[in-house]
Structures are given as C-alpha cells and as structure tokens.
Design a protein around this ligand. Structure first.
Ligand code: SAM
Length: 212
C-alpha cells in the first residue's frame, strides 16, 4: 500500500494532522486488510469515512477506483475533503441511517456501526447490502463484545471517546462476533470473520461479506 503518498495528502492540514494520519494508517491493520480485498477499477463506498484515510490509501494504491465516502461529522468530513481534493472522490455529509447510496462493488464500514444500537446496525447493514452490485463485497471492521479483556479495553476506550466528543454517536454498542456475522448472513451474504487487531489491544474483527 502506498502509505507515504496517502500520508502526504494530510500535510497541508499541518504537521499534527500528517502525524496522526501516518500513525493511524500504519498502526491500524484494517487499512491493509481492506486494501488487500479491493481491486483496481472497483467502485468503493466508505461509510463513516472520517478523515478519509481509507479513501486516500485506495486512491494512491489502486488504479482507477471510483471513490465515494460520507460521514455525519462535519469536522472529519472537512479533513477528508481537503485530503482528497483532486482525486475525483465524491464526498458528502450524510447519516448511514438515511443517506442515499450509490451502487458500488465494495462497501466499507470501519469502526462505524457500533455507535448505533443493534437494531439500527441491522437496518444500516440492509441498506449497505442494497447498494452492492452482484458479487460485491461488504467489509465491516468492528469490535466484538465477547473477546475477553480486549473487548473491555475497546469498549472503554470508545466510551471515553464518545463522552469527550471525539466520536459522534448514540453510545457504544459492540456485539458478539456471531451476532454480527449472523446479521450479515441473514441479508444473504457469504461471510468470513477474522481477527483484525494485530499488535493493538482491541478485540477487532474484519467481517468480509460477499453478495452472491
Ligand atoms: C472511529 S471513526 C472511523 C473513521 C473511518 N471509518 C476510519 O476507519 O478511518 C467512526 C466514524 O464513523 C462516523 N459515523 C458513526 N456513525 C455514523 C452514521 N450513522 N452516519 C455517518 N457516519 C457515522 C463518525 O462520525 C466517525 O467519523
């Protein structure tokens, strides 16, 4: 993955933004895992794109991708818009529960669903599957609630982040791994779930769902 080129896109926002982008893109195994599943030329939608790290990496790594992303946090979205200027990415302010979605080959939702209660997560998942072209991928990375001590760490770190206003959300609603997998399978996807936390202290899982 073309880390340096993606990180350089954040330098105009200041040294701190660039440093944070590098730390996050390098330290979080989700980005490399997801990029490894995407292919050049794909239409990709990043749900809750935040500062746009995944989209910046996809633009710099995979040729000819059509990039879409949205977030309901104006501050994060502004950072994504600045970093992705000139890439042709379509970015907008939207809520995963209501925003209109384009048809794409891959939908990514990294650390997004757990800010809404389980029934809303299910409704969002159904909307995301509805945006997939046949054979498309739904890539969900999220924490699991049944991963022992690492689940406790990720739950409390997210509760603090929401309480401090660092993340906008209704609360923190991690689910057991099989509940998330079951919710995706109930929508007709073939699902593979694997740990996605490497050296981090968090109980994170990457759920790879393929629409037949
Ligand atoms: C922990 S950040 C992850 C950002 C990005 N996905 C990444 O991995 O770099 C979670 C993001 O999801 C966004 N988010 C949470 N719930 C959302 C919703 N219902 N609609 C749109 N964005 C949402 C937050 O605003 C935040 O930017």
């Amino acid at each position: 993955m073309n880390l340096d080129a993606a990180v350089a896109r954040y330098l105009p926002q200041g040294k701190m933004a660039e440093g944070f982008a590098r730390g996050k893109m390098k330290g979080d195994p989700a980005y490399a895992a997801v990029l490894g599943l995407l292919r050049p030329g794909m239409r990709v939608l990043d749900v809750g794109c935040g500062e746009g790290y995944l989209l910046a990496l996809a633009f710099e790594t995979l040729e000819g991708t059509t990039l879409h992303g949205f977030d309901h946090d104006a501050r994060r979205l502004a950072s994504a818009e600045a970093a992705l200027a000139g890439t042709g990415a379509t970015l907008w302010s939207g809520d995963a529960r209501t925003t209109e979605l384009p048809e794409v080959d891959a939908v990514c939702a990294l650390d997004v669903l757990h800010y809404q209660p389980p029934e809303e997560q299910d409704a969002i998942l159904a909307r995301l599957v509805g945006a997939l072209a046949p054979g498309g991928l739904l890539l969900v990375r999220d924490g699991r609630s049944d991963g022992g001590f690492k689940s406790t760490v990720v739950t409390w770190s997210e509760r603090f982040a929401v309480a401090l206003g660092r993340h906008k959300g209704d609360g923190v609603f991690f689910r057991p791994q099989d509940a998330m997998r079951g919710a995706m399978e109930a929508l007709g996807l073939e699902v593979v779930a694997d740990a996605c936390n490497d050296q981090t202290p968090f109980a994170n899982v990457l759920f790879v769902g393929r629409r037949p």
